[in-house]
Design a binder for this molecule. Structure first.
Ligand code: MSP
Length: 683
């Protein structure tokens, strides 16, 4: 590692000092003694815990990916990180959903919590704790906090009347309703009047105002902070904190007829995870949380109720609540209540199929896209087209292609061994300066939660490196016999790429690992720290590179058109052009047997079929409703076009097409005589 040692010796003083901090330790020298102690820095970040009334979608993935990127970055910077997510499993809404699905609530919660965990694994979410509110460790904490507020006199018994939205699990004032419906979900609200416990929120209004005013960083972004301030200034009402009309909740410890209001239950998850009441040392270390990341619609719960509840119990409030914006899909909110759902795993699989990238890399592209496309804090509209543009331009071209054009040059001119750089010229200094500035800028942006800005900065470095390589043109240097200079240009390009790869690793963990393997650096990427990105010329020369396949293969627009297009009804009676027999033979038509059929949720006419085409069962999405029901189709022999490019229809990948006749708004399936086996060729 000759390069590393030399670079270390020439590092300016300021960097050396920063490095001391980066490992998460500060050296303290006592007067008269040369004692060295280490102080480790902690970072605790949370996502909301998600309701288990429906499976996860891209909106949940957004918050969780953002938290994951921050957590990974902080680990890279040497922090001791606690990153928690989980599921919110109590309340009337969950109870009703479970019953509607014919199972008891616990069984339902187990099922959906499992789906969340599975998705987080697939999306490479590195959480340290997954909390479920039905766990005994949490029930104890929720009860303890409730009891503490009761003993303080902050909770009293009364009657609460109001409009309740089961989707929000929240009461609304008449004046807050929009056309008599829930302002968030647009759904009917229920008039509820019941005996319950109430919490004296009103008592803490002045304390909270002062807290928010004195801690400008407590609620971010600033526009959201102003909203919270004016809400608090308008006056806080006491809050109903228990319910008695259903049972699916944590019992009030001193009154078994009541269950704790689901939001009080849910919010306390953040201290359960930190070890409250169970592991004092852990709690001292991790509480207060550094950031609660939330969507803007649940900011009030986190920035008003939560700090007051904690304050009443004598516990410090979290350091920051950050509310990000909403993703919409074709301008509609993505959520269970609107029926517009985008499944991130389906999306990743489609992207992998389209590009030929491995699925983990496609996941990285989605992670990158979500954070890069929209400034963190603002709303955004999801579009496949923009995703593909970012995939091709940023990931395939600026990042992937920089590697794919540098490594072959190292192979060609230096036998695949990274050469030692020669003396630096102005443009080399400039690249070095850019790289070092970018490392600082990325760290600063992450600390300010400007995740899009952090990515822009990494791309500033990639842009500079691409330009440096183009202008340095090592191929013509070699032609002119200037091998030493060519070595410098290639070395520095790879060096900038190495630094960008470390910085990008929290966002794209799989793709950067693949790139690192191609660089051939023996110390694995997982063991790199931010300080390694600050060591200019830290790339050990003499390293044998291992060029491989492009990590982000470009996506062809033609293939995309076939995939994103929704099913279009075939028009009958049109003149069609003639084709040759050879052209017809390119169609792989086969007999298939429908094994399963179900409606695609959120659509009016689409059915998802599982069709046995001989040795393989394919998923087909077809618009057969109202002509056929799911039951009509199971067991039927149909004719399938098996070599149609797969395409994405409402979040489901359709792997073929079935044949049907269409006339006058009627549709009839093509079937076959004599019951041939599935897979029989049709010609
Ligand atoms: N269970 C409560 C939270 C309790 S936290 C103590 C809850 N759950 S939820 O399942 O409805 O999740 C809401 C959160 O999911 C949002 O705050 C946001 O983090 C994320 N999102 C859900 N849909 C989203 C979008 N369409 N866009 C962006 N984020 C979204 O509320």
């Amino acid at each position: 590692m000759g390069g590393t040692v030399r670079a270390f010796a020439s590092r300016p003083r300021r960097e050396a000092f920063v490095l001391g901090l980066l490992r998460g330790r500060v050296k303290l020298r006592g007067a008269g003694r040369s004692e060295v102690s280490t102080v480790s820095r902690k970072f605790y970040i949370t996502t909301p815990i998600y309701y288990v009334n429906a499976p996860p979608h891209i909106g949940h993935a957004y918050t969780t990916i953002a938290a994951d990127v921050i957590a990974r970055f902080k680990r890279l910077a040497g922090y001791d990180v606690l990153f928690a997510t989980g599921t919110d499993e109590h309340g009337i809404k969950i109870e009703r959903t479970a019953r509607a699905n014919g199972v008891d609530p616990k069984e339902w919660c187990d099922r959906i919590a499992g789906e969340f965990k599975q998705l987080w694994e697939r999306l490479n979410i590195s959480y340290d704790d997954f909390i479920r509110t039905t766990e005994p460790r949490h029930e104890r904490v929720a009860q303890a906090i409730f009891e503490r507020a009761y003993r303080n006199g902050d909770i009293y018994k009364g009657i609460y009347e109001g409009w309740y939205c089961a989707s929000c699990e929240s009461f609304y004032l008449e004046s807050e309703l929009v056309e008599g419906k829930c302002p968030v979900h647009g759904r009917p609200v229920e008039w509820t009047a019941e005996e319950c416990y109430l919490f004296r929120l009103s008592q803490y209004q002045d304390w909270l105002l002062r807290h928010i005013e004195e801690h400008p960083e407590f609620v971010e972004p600033e526009s959201r902070r102003n909203e919270v301030l004016s809400f608090v200034r308008s006056g806080l009402l006491d809050l109903a904190v228990s319910r008695s009309t259903f049972k699916w909740g944590i019992p009030v410890p001193f009154d078994p007829d009541q269950v704790i209001y689901v939001w009080i239950d849910a919010l306390t998850n953040y201290i359960t995870v930190a070890g409250y009441g169970q592991d004092e040392e852990r709690f001292q270390k991790f509480w207060p949380a550094d950031v609660h990341l939330v969507g803007k619609e649940i900011l009030r719960f986190h920035a008003v109720i939560w700090p007051i509840l904690l304050h009443s119990a004598g516990i410090a409030p979290p350091k920051k609540v950050f509310a990000h914006g909403w993703w919409t899909f074709k301008e509609q909110k993505i959520s269970k209540s609107t029926g517009v759902l985008v499944d991130p795993w389906d999306l990743a699989q489609a992207l992998a199929r389209l590009s030929g990238a491995e699925v983990g890399v496609a996941v990285d592209a989605i992670r990158y896209f979500l954070l890069r496309e929209v400034p963190f804090g603002q709303d955004g509209d999801f579009s496949d087209d923009n995703l593909i543009t970012r995939f091709n331009a940023d990931l395939a071209n600026d990042y992937g292609n920089l590697l794919n054009r540098t490594l072959p040059l190292v192979e060609r001119y230096f036998q695949g061994v990274v050469p030692e750089p020669g003396p630096a010229e102005d443009r080399d200094h400039l690249l070095r300066e850019t790289a070092l500035q970018v490392v600082d800028a990325v760290e600063g942006a992450i600390d300010r939660l400007e995740l899009h800005r952090a990515l822009q900065e990494i791309w500033r470095l990639l842009g500079a490196a691409n330009k440096y390589l183009d202008e340095g043109a090592p191929w013509s240097l070699v032609r002119r016999g200037q091998e030493r200079r060519a070595a410098t240009v290639l070395y520095n390009t790879l060096e900038a790429f190495r630094i960008a790869t470390i910085l990008l690793s929290p966002t794209c963990p799989t793709a950067t690992r693949r790139a690192w393997e191609q660089l051939g650096i023996p110390v694995p990427l997982e063991e790199q720290r931010l300080e390694d990105a600050r060591k200019w010329q830290g790339f050990p020369w003499g390293t044998r590179v291992r060029p491989g396949k492009p990590i982000f293969p470009r996506i062809e627009r033609e293939a995309v058109r076939a995939v994103v297009e929704e099913e279009q009804p075939q028009k009958g009676g049109e003149r069609v052009e003639e084709i040759s027999l050879d052209e017809f033979k390119r169609l792989d038509l086969r007999v298939g047997i429908v094994r399963e059929a179900k409606r695609v949720p959120g659509t009016e006419k689409l059915l998802e079929l599982r069709v046995d085409i001989g040795g393989e069962v394919r998923t087909l999405v077809t618009g057969l409703i109202p002509h056929y029901t799911a039951e009509d189709l199971v067991g039927k022999r149909i004719v399938v076009l098996a070599n149609l490019q797969p395409r994405q229809v409402r979040g489901v990948t359709s792997q073929g097409m079935l044949l049907a006749a269409e006339w006058d708004n009627e549709v009839a399936l093509l079937t076959v005589e004599k019951d041939p086996p599935p897979g029989a060729k049709v010609s």
